[in-house]
Write a protein that binds this ligand. Structure first.
Ligand SMILES: O=C(O)CCC(=O)C(=O)O
Ligand SMILES: [Mn+2]
Length: 231
């Protein structure tokens, strides 16, 4: 029976078992069908290690500012990627995945092992993720309501990891106009959007500046793990 209280070590030990055992062991909160929150899945040390890995990834593949298709308007969120594919967007070619950085032309850095282990523990999907989109939000950045639908394989969930300052995450239904709820995401939290929630509208309304000292200079990093192609 789901108790509402989760233990991360227990989740990892039981990752090879089924969903009922996982939910029993974990501080997983089912927010809606297919939408699960693992609060503080990453402890302080794991958050620091991951923030260090992202700093390394940015040395290889620097932050870029994606632009909206057609209008060319810049996002307020800076991005980079890890993995064999990365999500990019610009005015002329729009949203897409590609194997190389849009400005340097270099391959993205590999997805860190610790991140692949999170996918193995929480995704309940037998194939590895191909893209890890890394978003950086400063205190003024936002991400409008959208669906993640540029992936050919919608059977795989999107696994979303939060680091640094807290944010107000908004999630609704399968139509843009469906009623939406707000959720505060904090450093170390992980959200899994799969099944009935895989195409759920979601976005980030606000960053709560100064709520974390994890990232030098503040801000929030979000990593989303995605399976892009059909296996
Ligand atoms: O930052 C977040 O929590 C969500 C990010 C997101 O939805 C995306 O990158 O598609
Ligand atoms: Mn998204």
């Amino acid at each position: 029976m789901y108790s509402g209280v989760i233990r991360r070590d227990a989740v990892q030990k039981r990752a090879h078992r089924g969903l009922p055992e996982l939910l029993e062991a974990a501080a997983a909160k089912c927010l809606a069908p297919g939408l699960t929150l693992f609060q503080r899945y990453l402890d302080d040390a794991a958050q620091q290690a991951l923030a260090g890995e992202i700093a390394e990834a940015v040395l290889q593949a620097p932050w870029f500012l994606p632009r909206m298709p057609r209008s060319g308007k810049a996002f307020s969120v800076k991005m980079t990627n890890c993995g064999c594919l990365g999500w990019v967007s610009d005015r002329d070619r729009g949203y897409r995945y590609q194997a190389t950085h849009p400005f340097t032309g270099n391959a993205w850095r590999a997805i860190p092992l610790a991140v692949l282990n999170i996918w193995r523990a929480l995704a309940f999907y037998p194939h590895p993720p191909e893209a890890c989109l890394v978003n950086f939000y400063d205190s003024k950045s936002r991400m409008g309501l959208h669906q993640d639908r540029d992936e050919a394989d919608l059977a795989a969930p999107v696994v979303s990891i939060s680091l640094g300052d807290s944010c107000c995450f908004r999630y609704g239904g399968l139509r843009r106009g469906d009623p939406a709820k707000k959720l505060e995401l904090r450093s170390g939290d992980i959200v899994v959007m799969g099944g009935a929630a895989r195409l759920m509208f979601h976005g980030v309304d606000k960053i709560f500046a100064g709520t974390s000292s994890l990232l030098p200079g503040g801000g929030r990093i979000n990593l989303t793990l995605r399976r892009v192609t059909r296996p």
